[in-house]
Design a protein around this ligand. Structure first.
Ligand code: GLU
Length: 331
């Protein structure tokens, strides 16, 4: 049985919280069997359906890690948050927002329907594939490696090491990319792309294939929770206005076409990817009672078995439970 609400007033030690989170992970791990590992990129199907892990990194220096925390996986769509941030840092926020909108679609991440039906002046948002590929086309550089470099540089500053590409995933993704190529051709025809289509797509496949762990996601989340500043070094990693837009987009568009439900039931900015990762951001909150991580925290979750919307089946339920127990909602 999953434990109920504790009296957080008296029991905020790391050990106590760790016991709770271990218990919750064990409980929600059973629900991994309700989901399905992604298969449209063939190599992703090799992931272990039963994996579930979480890292919670607080601005107060406390870290809770539980379950399968050390499994490397590819960042996939969570890279869209980073490429958008890099684009804003390189070109300026206004330049980016003039070319990609900030509206949720309610459609699948790789849908072309809206582009075609509504004769848009720009893609709906940077987290659907059409918007993300447009963002990648705006990154500086003439080759995919030049465009990729600032993305990896930013990750290195956040994670404390330089992440690498998973070449097998990159090749699998590139070789099964018919739909993304269709989106690429559509964007080319409408004039949205600002770089060569093939170089843009190559960069996009590479950025999705960068290998990370949930500790990295938790760190990135912690920096976003702290408005772009690393609470350990007090260094500004992401300018505050850009960190804020990224969080707004995560809240409204981060969880595919379940973003509205996630905002309602969990209530914190988050972004997921098809490999089963989720980054979630709990900004500092004001409450009358003592609660865990009141100064804010970043959360990384990995659970490759996905629900129908493409979000980690057990991961979402685990996050929902923790958000309720600890009153994480920003509302
Ligand atoms: N590389 C994947 C694609 O574009 C990313 C999708 C995702 O994680 O949502 O199909």
């Amino acid at each position: 049985m999953v434990q109920g609400a504790a009296n957080w007033n008296t029991e905020l030690t790391e050990e106590w919280l760790q016991n709770y989170v271990d218990d919750w992970v064990a409980f929600y791990r059973k629900m991994t069997s309700d989901g399905k590992v992604a298969s449209y990129i063939p190599i992703l199907e090799e992931a272990n359906q039963n994996h579930l892990g979480i890292t919670i990194m607080g601005n107060n220096g406390m870290t809770i890690r539980s379950g399968d925390t050390d499994i490397p996986f590819t960042i996939q769509s969570i890279s869209k948050v980073i490429s958008f941030i890099v684009g804003c840092m390189e070109r300026g926020v206004q330049y980016m927002l003039d070319r990609v909108d900030v509206e949720p679609t309610g459609e699948a991440f790789n849908s072309i329907m809206h582009l075609e039906m509504k004769q848009l002046k720009k893609p709906f948002n940077p987290f659907i594939n059409a918007g993300a590929i447009t963002v990648t086309s705006m990154l500086e550089g003439n080759t995919s490696d030049e465009k990729l470099k600032p993305i990896i540089d930013l990750m290195e500053r956040m994670f404390g090491y330089r992440p690498a590409l998973n070449v097998d995933v990159y090749e699998s993704e590139r070789d099964s990319s018919m739909r993304n190529r269709a989106i690429g051709y559509y964007l080319l025809e409408t004039g949205f792309l600002e770089s060569d289509m093939n170089i843009t797509l190559e960069t996009y496949f590479k950025q999705c294939s960068i290998e990370i762990t949930i500790d990295d996601l938790a760190k990135f989340g912690m920096i976003l929770a702290n408005d772009g500043e690393d609470p350990n070094s007090q260094e500004e990693i992401i300018p505050r206005p850009i960190a804020r837009i990224a969080k707004a987009l995560m809240l409204t568009c981060g969880m595919y076409d379940a973003s509205g439900k996630f905002a309602t039931y969990v209530g914190i900015p988050a972004k997921s990817g098809v490999s089963g990762g989720i980054i979630a951001v709990s900004p500092p909150r004001v409450r009358e009672e003592e609660l865990p991580f009141l100064d804010g925290c970043g959360i990384g979750v990995y659970g490759p078995a996905l629900d129908e919307q493409g979000n980690s089946e057990a991961g979402i339920r685990l996050l929902r439970h923790i958000a309720k127990q600890w009153d994480l909602s920003i509302f």
